[in-house]
Write a protein that binds this ligand. Structure first.
Ligand SMILES: [Zn+2]
Length: 404
């Protein structure tokens, strides 16, 4: 009896093109000989993962960053009491993680949820955008289908990791599924390298150790799969790279010093590499623009750039103005934390340190250029047809700098 085919998609968070070449240019070179840089998107995992899973740009799938100004839709009014917590308690990481778990549970969210360092008093001004588990059925805001929605609809048997579990658990679960021999598609989620790079930077020997471990684990999975399936197509990729921190910028203090009222004059979300502003009064727009123009370590993104990045949301729901820091310059403190990390991602997607990687033993006729191209590869492994996104979403055609 002839054996059936299996497509294995391996996601390694922050496995950047530069990281790969710095530590292990020969990583799985014998098994996955076709390797190329893969363009990323503006933002963090909250933008990258939905882009990979849907093959759509952020403006189409609707995800970009966890927090956005929207007092009318904010679910956080009922947690107003948290602003009364003394600063020394509220700033403790353990306390914030505990409160995050409590808020997540009481709101019934199934997605990844963290309050990070968002000031508790300002929380009722913001909505949280990843309420649902992106990997579960209908997990994308606005209902855009993911590859898993498509597989479910077509009745194609597949295995997907549980992002809540650790890497050894997920590797074990994949091996079990592969040995059973009934799936046709597998998606392995490996996220721990990202943490190593954030904590230790891109030069640390711990990064090499982690890659060596991944190599042996993945080699084993491919060996097991090759005993059950024929052919076994493996596609290994990341969502972004990692940039070493070279400087920090206290942008929050700078804006605070302008004497404007947060929530009346303006609102802002300070991510770790960019700040996003909403202007509620004219004096706020002028003063904030003036302050930002005096900061040479970052730049205001033009509408054209936001269009190129696929982040030109018509309703500007993620901000009226984006201020992106230069690669390596962290906004600190930010809504994401008060201690600068050794490495960060979410800078200019075109910067070499931001670029992701793609490695395979089954190259497609058209090589993927960017994260949103992975969907077509996933779909073709199981014979699903992909509708050209520009055909169903007319706004997609005005992406002037689209690099496809
Ligand atoms: Zn990260």
């Amino acid at each position: 009896m002839s054996r059936s085919a299996l497509g294995i998609f391996i996601f390694i968070d922050a496995f950047g093109w530069k990281v790969l070449h710095k530590h292990r240019p020969d990583f799985l070179g014998d098994l996955l000989p076709t390797r190329m840089p893969l363009g990323t998107v503006l933002g963090y995992s909250a933008t990258c993962v939905p882009t990979i899973l849907t093959g759509k740009r952020p403006r189409e799938h609707g995800h970009m960053s966890f927090f956005r100004y929207d007092p009318e839709c904010s679910p956080f009014a009922r947690y107003r009491w948290m602003r009364l917590l003394p600063k020394v308690v509220a700033e403790r990481g353990r306390v914030r993680r505990m409160l995050s778990r409590f808020v997540k549970q009481s709101l019934g969210y199934t997605g990844y949820f963290q309050l990070y360092n968002v000031p508790f008093g300002d929380l009722p001004l913001f909505d949280y955008t990843e309420k649902m588990d992106l990997f579960a059925a209908g997990g994308i805001n606005g209902g855009c289908p993911t590859i898993f929605d498509a597989l479910r609809e077509q009745g194609i048997p597949f295995h997907v990791s549980d992002w809540r579990r650790d890497e050894p658990d997920n590797l074990g679960a994949l091996e079990t599924a592969v040995r059973e021999g009934t799936i046709r598609f597998a998606f392995l989620y490996l996220a721990a390298l990202d943490g190593v790079l954030h904590a230790h930077g891109t030069d640390s020997p711990r990064v090499t150790d982690k890659m060596n471990w991944y190599e042996s684990q993945i080699r084993h999975i491919i060996e097991v799969a090759s005993g059950v399936y024929e052919p076994v197509h493996v596609h290994l990729f990341s969502d972004h790279g990692m940039t070493d921190t070279v400087d920090t910028c206290d942008l929050m203090a700078r804006i605070k010093a302008l004497g404007l009222d947060f929530g009346t004059d303006y609102a802002a979300v300070y991510d770790s590499t960019m700040a996003r502003f909403w202007f509620l009064s004219e004096r706020a727009r002028d003063r904030i623009l003036g302050a930002l123009q005096k900061e040479p370590r970052g730049r205001i993104l033009s509408d054209e750039e936001l269009g190129e990045f696929g982040c030109d949301f018509e309703d500007r729901r993620y901000g009226e103005l984006f201020f992106l820091m230069k690669p390596g310059v962290l906004i600190n403190p930010s809504f994401m934390g008060i201690t600068p990390l050794s490495g960060m991602h979410g800078f200019d997607p075109l910067d070499i340190d931001s670029v992701a990687s793609y490695l395979t033993n089954a190259p497609s006729a058209v090589a993927p250029k960017r994260l949103d191209d992975l969907y077509a590869i996933m779909a073709s492994e199981v014979g699903l047809t992909v509708v050209d996104p520009t055909a169903i979403n007319p706004t997609a055609t005005h992406a002037t700098g689209d690099r496809r």
